[in-house]
Design a protein around this ligand. Sequence first.
Ligand code: ATP
Ligand code: MG
Length: 797
Amino acid sequence: NDTALSPLLHNLNPEQLVAVTLPAEHALILAGAGSGKTRVLTTRIAWLLQNGYVSPGGILAVTFTNKAAKEMKTRLSAMLPVNVNGMWIGTFHGLCNRFLRAHYKNAGLPQAFQILDTQDQLSAIKRLCKQHNIDGERFPPKQMGWFIGNCKEEGLRPKDVVASDPDTRKKVEIYQLYEDQCQREGVVDFGELMLRSYELLRDNTAIREHYQRRFRHILIDEFQDTNKLQYAWIKMIAGQGSDGLLNGGGGSVLAVGDDDQSIYAFRGARVGNMTDFVREFAVQRQIKLEENYRSYSNILDSANALISHNSRRLGKNLRTAQGAGEPVRVYEAPSDFLEAQWMVDEMKQLIRDDVERKEIAVLYRSNAQSRVIETTLFNAAIPYRVYGGQRFFERKEIKDALAYLRILENPNDDTSFLRVVNFPARGIGARSLELLQDEAKATGCSLHDAVSTLTGRPGALIAGFVAKLDVLREQTADKTLKDIVTLMLDQSGLLEHYRNDREGEDRIENLDELVNAAESFVMQEGFGREAPGMAQLASAPNALTQSPASQGLSGDALNAAPDEFGDTGETLSPLQAFLTHAALEAGDNMAAAGQDAIQLMTVHSSKGLEFDCVFITGMEEGLFPHENSLSDRDGLEEERRLAYVAITRARKRLYLSHSQTRMLHGQTRFNLKSRFFDELPEECLKYLTPKQQPMPAGGGFGGSWGNGYATNSGAGRAYSTGATASFGTYSAPQKEVARKEDPTGLQKGQKVFHAKFGEGTVLTLEGAGDDARAQINFPRHGTKWLALSVAKLTPVP
Ligand code: ATP
Ligand code: MG
């Protein structure tokens, strides 16, 4: 059997080979970026399967993003004829969701429980606070969301939180109310997926032991970013640790990580889990991989030099056999707008040189930076794709449509009910809904079930809504997912609503895209094109797919309960699976899916990925490192790890850029270049613009602003005014960015004409000179940001 895989094993270096072919024992791979950690993890799964050391059902593999999970499955199926869709490969959230679907009864959840994303959670908390007259100033819903999330990540239920002061006691009370509400409505948030899975494993011996027997090999990528609860979950499922519940009969854990890439401390990630793991699992073997296969040495040396400024490191080396490659290019722009312009010009050249657009990535520290880049790309007609930000599944009309689908799936989903009961408008007033909510609260039932208690016209209207959906639910029971979505869009009145809306065109496009999304989801997930709505799904027969009996269930009392222990990948209806997908993977800009497009994302979401060409933009004090981190050493070290992650994404060419001025939150800010530049080896860099002089001792913002840029607004000169020598940024008073000689002569409220978008109205004006931008509402195309130096606008009298 070994020979069949030998081409695979031949492509590994000796350390990687050792890691791939380890015996069944706990092990840690601690290695730097691009050293093949993820490749080792994937190849090991293939190797274990190929040699019959484990069945596909005996593997549990945890990745950090859905994108990574998808990639792992693709690579595995390229290596082996295995049904990867049935395998337990996914993110913690994805896997916990699947686990809870399989054991919904034991977990105390309805079969069709829905997942609240962060926004849904926020509106659920708002609703609750209103109902219970909770002071929104003192307990802002957003902060309550964080509080609840943090508690859950620590594994704390309301009763477990130690509340010593009245404020905390109140918060705990709200937490409890929130829990009750979620339970009543049959919904769970992200934290709950994880915590409830953990509790179920902890409290249910039969289930726990089943999974401990089942998963012979547990593999975890990006282990440095696991939090406390996730680590506890791993211990539980691997039957390892000191909790007295653990029989030592669990599988082997292979943890893979890089302490230098730990970038989620702010969300509770604990690098300490790596050392705890070695101790608590009595890890005998720690493997280091020191050869980087991703980047040329100018890029790698820059990354190594940078990270060497961090003090708390576990320590490891990284080298590359590839040559020096091109130097790292450094660019200084007068404004963020010109930075984007330069970048787009550079991209055009790359594209002319035959670089694929998807091999070009733009990374930024904060989401807010993307807008100016998007506008510039848009104006240059270069397709791009944004990861994060305003995501497809988070757009209003999509969320409305999903709410309808969720009610079809679960009539008791009150959050969705309230979202669309009067949208499109059906004359149902806030007062009637309050009555309905009171009634539901009094009887402890869902809004759907409380409808019959309402009388009069309001009751009739709401009952009409409910009846309509009940009918639709029956109509769609045996339909394909695509047909369900199409019928829903029609019957709900959503399409008609937006057809009559002057600004509805984009929204209709998005709703159409939802139908496409549904169709391609069904195809990609291997549900089979004609899979009926609620029927059981046949999984593709496959030599390597194991029947439940061969997954260690035979001769076991548990075997008698296929419902309980069946593989949920096969019992979710396409609609349920699609809704789950929408909630979990709200990270994809579907409109551009599949198209060769420039990749835009935050540094955080670039983890684990690689691209031929990478632009890291906004390398400025206050932005990167972020201003919140400047005062604290741990914070600064985390920023440096982020920069390390960003730099190590590049294979061939890396650009680092910074801008003297930047428009953020409606203010022009004057930024110093990032301190991280001073930590890079000069010999690896190439300055595309004259290098900024070092700051003169004793103050001033450096004397090099007049380095040849024509900023006709004069905004760049504002430095002489009151700037102090301290690091960081300062916000110039608005008047200093005066729009005195604005050549466009535009005004707020003015009507303008654009060749592509037609007539529109100016909503906002920002910046000046080359940097001037306007936000314009075009009735037929929605609101756009346009750069005035590029966009051809004619004032309409
Ligand atoms: P990160 O820390 O960024 O997640 P990683 O350690 O997981 O990186 P991989 O993504 O697995 O690294 O590998 C980096 C690149 O190097 C990939 O393109 C991979 O295919 C390639 N690679 C890994 N090992 C080898 C090898 N032995 N020979 C050739 N290429 C390799
Ligand atoms: Mg990786």
